[in-house]
Design a binder for this molecule. Structure first.
Ligand SMILES: C[C@](O)(CO)[C@H](O)COP(=O)(O)OP(=O)(O)OC[C@H]1O[C@@H](n2ccc(N)nc2=O)[C@H](O)[C@@H]1O
Ligand SMILES: Nc1ncnc2c1ncn2[C@@H]1O[C@H](COP(=O)(O)OP(=O)(O)OP(=O)(O)O)[C@@H](O)[C@H]1O
Length: 299
């Protein structure tokens, strides 16, 4: 096999409850992930070494050295399998960079799947999941896709049942937010230390997902990182309010931000919102999407 292409989705967190800061610097989470139809494609071609190139709107923001998460994933896979094969990786990027939609994690998950196939390793899904968790807290979900409850630092996943399709509009901001900085701001803003406090999955939210009820889901959306993202980027409040005024069923910062996510009635509503938002909010771009979608998949 000389070339493999893997398609991988972005995520939005429909519940992100941040528990205590752990000794290892991570926070325990109740993290309800939902994969949406904004995709990066990662192409892996046979080569003597591991290299990466990036195309697409956000390409200039992505490192093309060994810090690229897709390169780190390919290296981790080769080490785990005890092989010294190479791969030229090309990332076709549509997921915003440092946007709170797990863009780098998606590319890492796609590289694991692509190189496993390209190199004929046939490693089982459990091995890829373990490697994914070592690469980053969001990487296992990028492999899995769908809708899932993440606990621990977000890497311990349980698939959640859903009905039908949820429709979304996303507003991408100019400039990213650093995930560690947003968690640090969350800790700073909390009046009392969060040690000893254990969040739980919202029963109403799980029922809304199971029943395919976007109105109920819109009312239940929650993100404990939102106050921190708004504190670091106050203009996001304007974007969220504009979406609410335009009839969104729910408006929320996606993960660590600064992308804002709007749950809407249907595809036509998503398109109207995507068209109207740029006149009313300080944003770089909008995109419509639906979820849930599968995780990293060979095309
Ligand atoms: C905000 C989310 O995107 C929600 O899904 C994730 O929690 C972030 O996941 P990620 O980008 O894969 O993050 P990682 O690469 O694992 O960690 C980056 C940094 O984020 C912070 N971090 C991350 C996950 C977590 N459960 N607690 C944390 O405090 C830590 O400072 C960590 O050093
Ligand atoms: N393949 C990659 N794609 C995007 N960013 C990458 C990649 N590899 C490394 N990075 C670096 O990771 C940083 C975080 O980017 P990323 O797009 O993963 O953020 P994010 O989507 O906010 O993450 P998350 O939602 O998982 O917290 C970027 O600023 C970039 O320097």
């Amino acid at each position: 096999m000389s070339s493999v292409t893997v398609r991988v989705p972005a995520k939005v967190n429909v519940q992100l409850s941040v528990g205590p800061l752990r000794e290892d610097g991570y926070h325990d989470l109740v993290n309800v992930f939902h994969a949406v139809s904004i995709f990066d494609d990662v192409v892996a071609r046979e080569s003597d070494s591991i290299t990466v190139a990036v195309t697409g709107d956000w390409a200039d923001l992505v490192p093309v050295d060994d810090t690229n998460l897709a390169v780190q994933a390919a290296r981790a896979l080769a080490k785990h399998a005890g092989v010294c094969y190479g791969a030229d990786l090309v990332i076709h990027k549509a997921i915003p960079v440092a946007g709170g939609m797990a863009g780098g994690s998606a590319d890492a998950a796609a590289a694991l799947v692509a190189c496993n196939e390209l190199w004929g390793l046939r490693l089982p899904a459990e091995d890829l999941m373990r490697l994914a968790a070592d690469l980053g807290s969001d990487v296992p979900f990028s492999l899995m896709g769908g809708t899932a409850l993440g606990t621990g630092r977000g890497e311990l996943l349980t698939e959640l049942p859903t009905t039908g399709t949820f429709h979304w509009t996303f507003a991408m901001a100019d400039g990213g937010l650093s995930t560690p900085s947003v968690y640090a701001e969350c800790d700073r803003l909390r009046a009392t230390p969060s040690r000893g406090f254990w969040p739980e999955a919202d029963a109403g939210l799980l029922a809304a997902l199971r029943d395919g009820d976007p109105h109920a889901l819109g009312r239940c959306l929650s993100n404990d990182l939102q106050p921190a993202a708004l504190s670091l980027r106050p203009a996001l409040a304007v974007t969220l309010e504009a979406g609410r005024r335009l009839g969104a069923l729910g408006a929320i910062v996606s993960g660590s931000g600064p992308t804002c996510a709007f749950l809407v009635e249907d595809a036509a509503h998503a398109a109207r919102l995507a068209q109207a938002l740029p006149e009313r909010a300080p944003i770089r771009a909008t995109a419509t999407a639906h979820g849930p979608t599968p995780g990293a998949t060979i095309l």
